[in-house]
Design a protein around this ligand. Sequence first.
Ligand code: E4P
Length: 224
Amino acid sequence: YELMLDTANLEDLKEGLDSWPVVGVTSNPTILKEEGGIDVYARLREIKALCGKKRSLHVQVVSTATDAILEEARHILDQLGKDTFIKVPVSAAGLPAIKKLSAGGVNVTATAIYSTMQGMLAVLAGAKYIAVYFNRMENNCTDPTRVIAEIRSFIDGSGSDAKILAASFKNAAQVVSAYASGAQGATVGADIIRLGLGMTSIDSAVDGFRKDFEAIHGAGKTMS
Ligand code: E4P
């Protein structure tokens, strides 16, 4: 199972990449817009440097026509390195680009996935990650857990090494459901990780253990 960070915020990335078990960083134009008037490539280079060699960076194309997507992908690879994952929406124009890029050895993360059909096509086209939009599906009255389970069954049945990277989360319960339904990965905002660690009952349990230990050995004492 894999966990990635869905952000372009440097403070979140510095904390997250250093402290949390994350294996990659994803972004999209909206995430970049949230950072204000940044130089996009300068920021992505900084993120790439933070990722280092062991973590993947996933950068989304903006173009909507196949040839333009291919051109944009080449530019991203030139600017950020050949190991960058190119995020391509599984649209009518995006699918041929996914097929061509994958055939040429480019790492592709298929994105904007709202249906099992899109996921299956992206797997067949050779995408390495299948970014399924959990919250956006729920907003549209589609059950994302069914879509994830169906795509996972298709991946397993076809012997593909593609991985479902569930995305578009608004709360921790959605992340848990995505993994439980068969996603091998999830990309989440830093706020969701903080939510998962921020329950007051966790802190109160830790505090209770500390107080009990101090009751035995005195204030400030630990196992050290
Ligand atoms: C990540 O790959 C997706 O682009 C992202 O999670 C979409 O999230 P949103 O639905 O919050 O825009």
